[in-house]
Design a protein around this ligand. Structure first.
Ligand code: GLY
Length: 452
């Protein structure tokens, strides 16, 4: 069987890797992919091949030419742009929701109203299109809030605020300065919650639900809590797309999984299938909070796997991913058996740190970061450690170089969480980003506390 994964980040590389492990699959194409993939064993063997295709119609033609059996679309943007719809029109099997269903992620107001209507718990919220009204609201509400851009923002569109002044500044950044582009035309202002964040996933096939009985924890803040120097330098511990992840989550238990399914997943999917009448085929991501009083609430719903959550869950999942993907397409998820191995997994993300710019310094991700730093040390990575590439590029002279703020993921598994942490950290320390403007000093950074 042949699979095509559409996407270019760490989650998409990981999806391609899992499909390549399937007993049914002998070829995985990844489009547009990234140049790091060719540096991995499966890339070198041609089991995973990066392909560049001009547009979605060309993707469809390519799938027909090559006889691709299944396409999995990893991220929200191509889903919103209608890739699934175009492929399905040509009779190509897919995993991922149609364009119209992406609203669940791209329109927070729509989803919040739906959840409220069906009684799925979520924090108090209000919606604004006028920044002045939004600012007046946060000045008067009294409690702490989170300001969220209403549209897609690659998992980064929420600003957690300590007080009204921070909330006003967040509104200014999102609605006036448009740091998340047009997604900031409308904001959802939500009560700030305390507790433990849980990323929970379910596959849907248009008829059945397969909730994953395993969940992960993402580390969104840019810095470790005790890294006060960086936090001060950046004016706060900014939210990122994720700096690392581990699974199983410390709160994982059969009873909590059952509660999540009963209180959150089942009513939501029931509303999607029956109230909205949507034959949704793909993944649903429930961003949840469990508060100190044991209340579960929904922060957000996304229409794809979490990144970096999928990178650890995929390592732990022993069920053949191609069998899941085909069941999503065929409507037979009720026949799939979930099997998880007994390891812990830790994903530590190597990020662009402080580097020398042609004039002055780049602060590093999530601030302005440099690019084109040669990546060395990959050959020294130990056996059994997975490397998934994200923000990388190929340079004619230097070979593999950095390109994005989050550059690559190092994922290690072990029978204990401590063991997985030790392996992940031992291996990420072998990787160096050479800062060519600063005597090749290492400008890579990572958080030290993933899994703690
Ligand atoms: N891990 C957060 C996200 O994927 O949106």
């Amino acid at each position: 069987m042949k699979v095509l994964v559409y996407g270019s980040g760490g989650r998409d590389h990981c999806l391609a890797d899992s499909y390549a492990d399937s007993q049914h699959v002998d070829k995985v194409y990844i489009c547009p992919g990234n140049p790091g993939i060719a540096y991995t064993p499966k890339g070198k063997r041609g089991l995973i091949e990066v392909v560049k295709l001009a547009d979605f119609y060309r993707v469809a033609e390519f799938c027909l030419e090559k006889g691709v059996d299944l396409v999995d679309v990893g991220s929200e943007n191509p889903l919103e742009e209608g890739l699934i719809d175009i492929l399905n029109e040509k009779g190509i099997r897919t995993v991922g929701p149609k364009k119209d269903f992406v609203k669940l992620e791209s329109d927070r107001e729509f989803t919040d109203k739906l959840l409220q209507k069906i009684g799925v718990p979520k924090p108090e919220y209000a919606v604004f299109t006028d920044p002045l009204k939004a600012k007046s609201y946060v000045r008067n509400i009294g409690y702490q809030v989170v300001v969220k851009a209403n549209g897609l923002a690659a998992g980064k569109g929420a600003i957690v605020c300590e007080d009204a002044a921070e909330a006003e500044a967040a509104i200014e950044k999102i609605m006036v300065e448009k740091i998340f582009g047009q997604s900031g035309n409308k904001v959802v202002i939500e009560e700030r919650k305390y507790g433990t964040e849980i990323s929970f996933f379910a596959y849907l096939d248009g008829e059945h639900i397969m909730p994953l009985r395993m969940f992960a924890q993402d580390y969104k803040p840019a810095f470790d809590p005790d890294d006060t120097e960086s936090i001060q330098r950046f004016g706060g511990n900014l939210n990122t797309g994720g700096t690392g992840c581990y699974c199983p989550h410390k709160l994982l238990s059969p009873w909590l999984v059952n509660r999540i399914i009963k209180e959150i997943v089942n009513p939501t999917v029931n509303a999607i299938y029956n109230e909205l009448g949507w034959a949704y085929k793909g993944v649903l991501y429930f961003g949840l909070n469990l508060d100190p009083y044991d209340n579960l609430e929904v922060f957000e719903i996304n229409v794809r796997h979490g990144d970096p959550e999928w990178e650890v869950l995929a390592r732990k999942l022993s069920t053949d991913l191609f069998e899941i993907g085909m069941a999503v397409w065929e409507g037979t998820l009720d026949q799939v058996k979930q099997v998880w191995n007994n390891q812990y997994y830790v994903d530590v993300i190597a990020m662009e740190g402080r580097s020398k710019a042609s004039r002055g310094w780049n602060k590093g991700y999530p601030g302005r970061y440099g690019k084109g730093h040669k990546i060395v040390g990959l050959d020294d990575i130990g056996k059994g450690i997975a490397i998934y590439f994200a923000g990388v590029d190929e340079d004619e002279q230097k070979g593999l170089v950095t390109y994005g703020g989050r550059v690559l993921h190092v994922i290690a598994g072990d029978q204990t969480l401590e063991g997985a942490r030790e392996k992940a950290y031992r291996n990420i320390k072998k990787i160096i980003f050479l800062d060519h403007n600063n005597n090749n000093a290492n400008c890579m950074r990572f958080r030290e506390t993933i899994g703690l």
